[in-house]
Every structure is written in structure tokens, then in C-alpha cells.
Write a protein that binds this ligand. Structure first.
Ligand code: SAH
Length: 460
């Protein structure tokens, strides 16, 4: 039977009541069963909505006026929230954000993984869900009067919004960006222009060790030379005597990738340091390091709790990055093997192990899905396997190797509930039982959610 025509038309203004939220945080309301997705609409609210896009099975609307506001609607504290693409949830109370993330995890576990019985805990939130990011990479542009401006791109565009502060950034990063922009502007340094491929300064990147208070500044230019390098360094040092490292990175390519290949330390150290719990980490401009260390501590504590180590275990940490989870586990295990595809990250992981005087963690470069079968052939029998894959989830070959290795326990750290649910189904069918899922809010004010999952081998 042919589907009925959508009951709304483009550009029509309608009254809509929101019943639900999408994973991105958009309000969902229905007209005769036909769903419309509307940014900034909240469940329970009735609003005037303009229909902006009509597809066969669903459409999109623009919120014009809310008639009855939800108790969970809050005034977004950021001035550019509705323009900037960085945050999606500032218009809802923090409790609603946490509940929404927990529900999203429950929904996909049920829909994709058929795991409706699994207990999904309340999302672990932050006491103060602002100013948490330890890393900023901000594009530089020019105002009409020639002064430099810094800001994120306007939604779905490459126009830089002129902004002084970003409320999810560590305050130190904000102040450093502002200072570097002012100094560079006064020195007459030009901003890179994407359209003409001319100009010098492309991005300012700042990384902060939130526990050590170390700061690293990275100046990315299109030009081989950093204009006024010596003056820039002197003035940054004057403004921030505690700056530990200033780095010049050259990126001459026409690309959206921020950092180029060539990196020169022009002042101070090659690394800064930060700590998570009792472990110290070295961070370089290109290292992958979790951006919210406060919540990372909760995430890793939970991973460690689920791994339930007593001291005699052999553990594999697949997708180990710079060895963060591996070293956390090595505090309690007999031996940890980490594998990671990026060679520089493995070098950092080894350095981090030495820095913490831990000699029971070994790191290997390679694809986890290839190394695991090899380890198995070598007779390695892990008691626990921890995985922390990128958004696309675990490779099927890796899931199969895990099933062949038959560890007692698997701890799955995931930044994408959908691929988590898909992979848990495969592990369940292969003889493992999903015991608990703990969502952790690593990125407050945004729609992202991270989870730690505990699986146990089913008894025969
Ligand atoms: N556990 C680390 C890093 C997690 S991010 C932490 O918490 O900091 C995921 C990591 O997996 C990245 O470092 C990425 O380079 C790595 N990776 C991606 N595909 C891989 C593969 N096929 N085999 C091994 N590592 C991989």
C-alpha cells in the first residue's frame, strides 16, 4: 500500500507538542503519527513551529515560539550558543541532559542489541558541568578593521564567530587564546584565509594539565616561518610566566586538518604533564589525551572496578592510545599488554610506563584485530580484555579473537552507544553476558555520551 502523503507542507507554521528527544537533543513532535524533529524543543512543551524540510517519513522544523515552557528549560549561559555548533544541550537542565543520555543508551541497547534486560545505571555527571575541556583548537580570522579574531565556526559553515570565551573550556585556555590573539594582532600578524589560501596564523591550540597547571601553546601557521617569533615568545612568557611549552606547527595544505607534519618546540619543553588519579602522563601536541580529566577518572575507576583485578591477572588493553587505561589497570594486575595502531602513541605509552616506574605494562604497535590472533597463537591467555575503540566500534575480527581467547571478563569502554550495542550482541551470542552499563558524562552540554560495560563469560 502506498504511504500516505506527509500531513505537513514546507514553510507551513503549525502548533506542535514535543513528546521525546532525539539522540542529538532535538525535540520530537508528531502530526498524525508523522514525526518532526525540531532543534531546541523540549518534551512536554507546546510550540509554534515552522516546517523547514519535509521528507517521506519525517521532517524538520524551526522553533518559533514556545507556549508553555518545560521546567527543564534553562537560559543558555553562552552568548553564542544558538549560533555556534559546539554545544547542543545548553537550553536544558543538567539533570535532563544526564537522563537523556541514560535513556539513549537504554534505547539503543534494546533496539540494536536486543538487550532490554541489562541494567544501565544513572549517568555519572559533573558537580560543575562547565569549564571542563583541557584542550582548545580555535581558528583565527580577521575582523573588518584588520584585527585578529578567534572563534568557532558558525553551524554548518566556515564563518568564524568572534567570541571571547567558551564556557566549556578551562578558563586558562580561554585566557591564553585571548592573550595570544591580542599579542599577535598588535604585532600585525595576519590570519590565514581559507578562501584565498593566504595569510599566516591558522589556529591557536592550547593544552592544559588541569591537575599540574602546566600549559602548552601551539601556533599553527601556513607560512614556514612564524612571524615575529621572538617577540611573540617574550610577550606570551610575560603574560603567562608559568607557560611550559610553546610550539610552532606548520600546515601549508588546503585542508580541514588542524595540525601539519612539521612541529618545532620554540620555547620550553616538548611535553607537558597531567595526572589522572595516581598516574602521571606526558602530553605532546599530537597525543590523544582525554579532554575531560575529572570525568576520565570516574570512567577509568569504573573500568578498574569492572575488571575486578586481584593482582595475579594478565590483561590486554586493545586500542590503548598513550597507555592511559593500561597503566590504570597495571596498578592492580600482574601484567598488561597494550596494543595501538599509531606508533607515536605507543612511544608515548612506553614513556608513560617508565615515568610511573611501572614495569608490568608492555606496548605494541599494530592493528588490535591482527595482533590478538597472533598473541593467542603464542599462548597468551588473558584473564581480562579491555577495549576502548573509536566511534566505529570493534572490528569483527577483534570480537572473534576475544571470543576465542575466552577471558573471564571483558570491559568495553565506548564513545558510541550504537556500535557498542551492535558489538555486545555479537559477544552475547558468543557466550558472554552483559552485566552492567555505566554511562559517564565526559562532554557536558553536548550530545555525546561515553559508557563502560562489564561482561562475564557465561558458565557452561
Ligand atoms: N584508551 C585510550 C585511547 C582510546 S581512543 C584512552 O582512553 O586514552 C581509541 C584508540 O584506538 C586511538 O588511539 C586509535 O589510534 C586506536 N585505534 C584505532 N583503530 C585501531 C586498531 N585497529 N587497532 C589498534 N588501535 C586502534
Amino acid at each position: 500500500m502506498a504511504k500516505p502523503k506527509p500531513p505537513v507542507q514546507k514553510n507551513e507554521t503549525i502548533q506542535l507538542t514535543f513528546e521525546d528527544l532525539t539522540h542529538e537533543g532535538n525535540g520530537v513532535g508528531k502530526v498524525d503519527g508523522y514525526p518532526l524533529f525540531v532543534p531546541y524543543g523540549l518534551p512536554g512543551e507546546t510550540a509554534q513551529v515552522k516546517v523547514v524540510k519535509v521528507k517521506k517519513n519525517f521532517g524538520f522544523g524551526k522553533l518559533l515560539e514556545v507556549h508553555e515552557e518545560s521546567d527543564d528549560r534553562v537560559e543558555p549561559p553562552c552568548d553564542v550558543y544558538y549560533k555556534c555548533g559546539g554545544c547542543q544541550l545548553q537550553h536544558m537542565s543538567y539533570q535532563m541532559q544526564l537522563d537523556m543520555k541514560q535513556k539513549q543508551v537504554k534505547d539503543v541497547l534494546k533496539k540494536i542489541g536486543h538487550l532490554e534486560h541489562v541494567s544501565v545505571h544513572d549517568t555519572i555527571g559533573m558537580d560543575d558541568p562547565w569549564r571542563y575541556r583541557n584542550k582548545v583548537q580555535i581558528p583565527v580570522g580577521e575582523k573588518e578593521n584588520g584585527e585578529l579574531k578567534t572563534g568557532f565556526y558558525q553551524k554548518r559553515s566556515h564563518n568564524i564567530i568572534d567570541m571571547d570565551t567558551c564556557l566549556i573550556q578551562d578558563e586558562m585556555n580561554d585566557r591564553m587564546v585571548e592573550t595570544v590573539r591580542r599579542i599577535a594582532s598588535n604585532l600585525g600578524i595576519s590570519a590565514y584565509d581559507e578562501q584565498t589560501h593566504r595569510g599566516a596564523l591558522r589556529h591557536i591550540m592550547v593544552r592544559t594539565g588541569q591537575n599540574t597547571k602546566d600549559i602548552m601553546v601551539v601556533l599553527v601557521t601556513k607560512t614556514k616561518k612564524l612571524p615575529h617569533q621572538d617577540k611573540l615568545i617574550d610577550e606570551i612568557k610575560d603574560a603567562f610566566p608559568n607557560v611550559k611549552s610553546i610550539v610552532h606547527n606548520v600546515n601549508s595544505a588546503k585542508t580541514n586538518v588542524i595540525l601539519g607534519k612539521e612541529t618545532n618546540v620554540i620555547y620550553g619543553d616538548e611535553y607537558i604533564y597531567d595526572t589522572i588519579g595516581d598516574i602521571k602522563f606526558m602530553i605532546s601536541p599530537k597525543s590523544f589525551y582525554q579532554v575531560n580529566p575529572t570525568q576520565t577518572k570516574h570512567l577509568y575507576d569504573k573500568a578498574l572496578e569492572y575488571a575486578d583485578l586481584r593482582g595475579g591477572e594478565t590483561v590486554i588493553d586493545a586500542y590503548c592510545g598513550i597507555g592511559t587505561i593500561s597503566l590504570f589497570l597495571a596498578q592492580k594486575a600482574k601484567k598488561v599488554y597494550g596494543v595501538e595502531i599509531v606508533p607515536e602513541a605507543v612511544t608515548d605509552a612506553k614513556k608513560n610506563a617508565r615515568l610511573n616506574k611501572m614495569d608490568n605494562a608492555d606496548f605494541f604497535v599494530g592493528e588490535a584485530e591482527k595482533l590478538m590472533p597472533w598473541w593467542k597463537n603464542q599462548g597468551l591467555e588473558p584473564d581480562v580484555i579491555v577495549v576502548d575503540p573509536p566511534r566505529k566500534g570493534c572490528d569483527e575480527a577483534l570480537l572473534n579473537s576475544m571470543l576465542e581467547m575466552q577471558p573471564e571478563r571483558i570491559v568495553y569502554v565506548s564513545c558510541n552507544p550504537s556500535t557498542l550495542a551492535r558489538d555486545l550482541r555479537i559477544l552475547e551470542d558468543g557466550g558472554y553476558e552483559t552485566k552492567e552499563v555505566q554511562p559517564v558524562d565526559m562532554f557536558p552540554q553536548t550530545s555525546h555520551v561515553e559508557c563502560v560495560t562489564w561482561l562475564e563469560k557465561k558458565s557452561d
